[in-house]
Design a protein around this ligand. Structure first.
Ligand SMILES: [Zn+2]
Length: 121
């Protein structure tokens, strides 16, 4: 058991994250307190910026890419029709990129409508 320095509640060692900076090799705050403070920090402006920076960095790493691809694959498996509609819209969008803005807007609206029909079926 270890007492959390934030909430002062004794908790088993498994409730503390590892930290090489501390003598006992565990973080001073329990996992709940740490998660709470992280949640709070992410709501602040500095925290938001820091988090988005970290996410951008993480996405470029091997694990980040793997995780992202896994998520995409799962999404494709779960929603095959939606994925079909999605790729169709993207392909069409690429083609109409050369059209002028107003024509493009109309086509996007039509495509969205088609996509909704496909998804709802
Ligand atoms: Zn705590």
């Amino acid at each position: 058991m270890k007492i959390c320095s934030k909430c002062k509640v004794p908790k088993p060692f498994s409730n503390f994250s590892k930290s090489s900076a501390n003598k006992d090799g565990l973080y001073a705050w329990c996992k709940d307190c740490k998660a709470d403070s992280q949640r709070y920090y992410r709501q602040t402006e500095v925290g938001k910026e820091c988090h988005s920076k970290y996410q951008k960095k993480y996405r470029k790493t091997k694990f980040g890419k793997l995780k992202r691809n896994k998520g995409r694959k799962l999404w494709k498996l779960n929603y095959p029709e939606r994925n079909k509609a999605h790729t169709a819209v993207h392909r069409a969008l690429k083609m109409v990129l050369y059209f002028n803005y107003h024509v493009r807007c109309v086509i996007v609206l039509i495509l969205r409508h088609i996509m909704m029909i496909i998804v709802n079926h």
